[in-house]
Design a protein around this ligand. Structure first.
Ligand SMILES: Cc1ncc(COP(=O)(O)OP(=O)(O)O)c(N)n1
Ligand SMILES: Cc1nc(C(=O)O)sc1CCOP(=O)(O)O
Ligand SMILES: [Mg+2]
Length: 240
């Protein structure tokens, strides 16, 4: 089974060098892997193409060293060029996450191939309509948010009138219900948000700060994964 078919976005780390309080990106990724994170995205708005390729190499190596190359997907935010260059160097990178102003998903699919993962975000003002009407044949999941305002992406949740829109758990439940593909939610997600988020029906959460800027990233990541699994377990047992 390809990594695309196995995709698990339940505990999704997004990380770049600007988010690690000076620590190496690769050690944060290693901590998250040991804690049970299931998906990793390299995202940097400051790193050069060469730096991104190197970060991708290190991330791919640490996933391999953990014996998780077939289970934990490695994606890069925005940069199709970086992924193609990385692959040319023999680096295993599994996909891309793009938004509405980035490279179109059809182009990503064409260049990356059928076994790759393509994640997509929608514009704030049309999120609900988009999630129901968009052609998702080339898309593996929607990244949605923000649950809370976040300094990691100050422009996320900005509506057409410049107002900040955050998503309630009720909104998120509706998104999960309407979306034809899995949804992962982020934006200021913290440990306390995990139980209600797990109840909404989305497939997972994504975090930057809650892990990468934690005093103890491994402990923070472990707590998040445990909380998600426990909430899902409770949901299943309560159904019975
Ligand atoms: C998992 C996930 N969801 C959403 C985003 C945001 O993507 P985008 O809107 O393209 O914004 P930038 O991350 O490029 O600033 C994401 N990266 N990952
Ligand atoms: C990359 C990104 N996209 C978002 C969205 O809502 O689309 S929020 C976000 C940043 C999430 O970082 P943190 O966990 O530090 O808030
Ligand atoms: Mg983008």
């Amino acid at each position: 089974m390809s990594i695309r078919e196995k995709l698990d976005i339940s505990a999704y780390l997004v990380v770049g060098p600007e988010n690690t309080a000076g620590r190496p990106v690769v050690t944060i990724i290693n901590d998250a892997l040991e804690a049970g994170f299931t998906c990793v995205q390299i995202r940097s708005k400051v790193a050069s193409a060469r730096e991104l390729i190197e970060l991708t190499r290190q991330a791919s190596e640490v996933i391999a060293q953990a014996g998780k190359s077939d289970d934990v997907a490695l994606l890069v935010d925005d940069r199709l060029d970086v992924i193609l260059a990385a692959r040319k160097q023999g680096i295993k990178v599994d996909g891309i996450h793009v938004g509405q102003s980035d490279i179109p998903v059809e182009v990503c699919r064409e260049y990356l191939g059928e076994d790759s993962i393509v994640g997509l975000s929608a514009r704030t003002y049309e999120l609900f309509e988009y999630i129901q009407t968009a052609d998702v044949t080339q898309v593996d999941y929607f990244g949605a948010g923000p649950l809370h305002e976040t300094q990691t992406k100050p422009d996320c949740g900005l509506d057409r009138d410049g107002k900040m829109v955050t998503r309630s758990f009720a909104d998120i439940s509706k998104l999960a219900e309407l979306s034809p593909i899995p949804v992962v939610v982020g934006g200021g997600v913290k440990l306390v948000d995990i139980p209600p988020l797990a109840q909404t029906g989305v497939h997972g959460f994504f975090v930057v700060t809650a892990v990468s800027e934690a005093d103890n990233p491994k402990l923070a990541a472990t707590d998040l994964v445990k909380a998600w699994k426990l909430s899902k377990h409770k949901e299943t047992t309560e159904k019975w």
